[in-house]
Design a protein. Structure first.
Length: 276
């Protein structure tokens, strides 16, 4: 039995199929962890959703910002001209797929493999148990009767600094941004949601979330995606205890799986046009 964490698929169904063949995925024994952003930008979002949903308990996925954006678009709350998930919205089984997606977690932790998974990052103020608790708040909202109200107030960059007394939409928006959009933060722990380039290109005063000197989650191993411009090998995994697996498949990079038991990586090349 093996557990493979897979980086952002973003509708790249053919590459996902090739990767599962490459790792010789055994549906009867192995487990897959998906780091979020199953959909959008790539050509076959609906097929990716169908595949992952069909795996049932053999797969775990955390929601990413593009997955949440799909849910908002499905309610006619927000859309962008470059969205490529019309195949989901026009599918005969769309309601079942969207209901399943809305039921997925924002954070996953497993003591058996001693790993946690998030799409983007954690603010330095959160321990692993804080992240799990915050994610559970958002999950209850998404699965509840008022989820449309949350999706309508989800977008925005404020507040950018965690406070335990945050309430309502401000609290849920911060949790959403931390778990699904974070890359950099300031020395005071506030999130910066503008910079998306690789480390070394950011303005002074910003550090990658995993390098913050006061990060309370440092003692736990975390696997994450989201940051396609983060070069492979940029992170000293032993020092920071984090493992990045989004290598920009949808931008012409590779789709990567990390076997959590021995930290071996497996990759297949993208079939999308090379962007960077």
């Amino acid at each position: 039995m093996a557990t493979y964490a897979i980086g952002d698929v973003q509708g790249c169904y053919e590459e996902l199929s090739a990767l599962l063949d490459h790792i010789r995925f055994d549906e009867s024994a192995d487990r897959l962890w998906f780091a979020g952003d199953l959909v959008n930008r790539g050509p076959r979002s609906v097929d990716v959703l169908r595949l992952v949903k069909s795996l049932g308990e053999r797969a775990v996925t955390v929601l990413g910002n593009h997955d949440l954006h799909l849910l908002a678009a499905s309610e006619n709350l927000r859309s962008k001209t470059k969205d490529t998930f019309a195949d989901v919205l026009e599918a005969g089984d769309r309601d079942g797929l969207l209901s399943w997606l809305r039921d997925q977690p924002l954070f996953h932790t497993d003591s058996a493999v001693e790993f946690s998974m998030v799409h983007a990052g954690l603010p330095p103020q959160w321990r692993i148990e804080d992240a799990a608790g915050a994610a559970a708040e958002l999950e209850r909202c998404l699965r509840g009767a008022k989820y449309r109200d949350f999706l309508g107030h989800m977008y925005g960059n404020s507040p950018d600094l965690w406070r335990a007394d945050l309430q309502g939409h401000d609290r849920l928006r911060f949790i959403t941004n931390a778990l699904t959009r974070a890359r950099y933060c300031r020395r005071d722990g506030a999130l910066d949601l503008h910079e998306a380039g690789p480390p070394g290109t950011q303005p002074p005063g910003l550090v990658p979330w995993y390098r913050h000197p006061d990060r309370k989650s440092h003692g736990a191993r975390i696997v994450f995606g989201h940051w396609a411009t983060l070069p492979s090998g940029d992170i000293d995994e032993a020092e920071h205890n984090v493992f990045h697996i989004d290598q920009g498949c949808v931008w012409g990079g590779v789709l990567t799986a990390l076997r959590l038991e021995d930290l071996q990586r497996f990759s297949v090349p993208s079939r999308q046009p090379k962007v960077f």
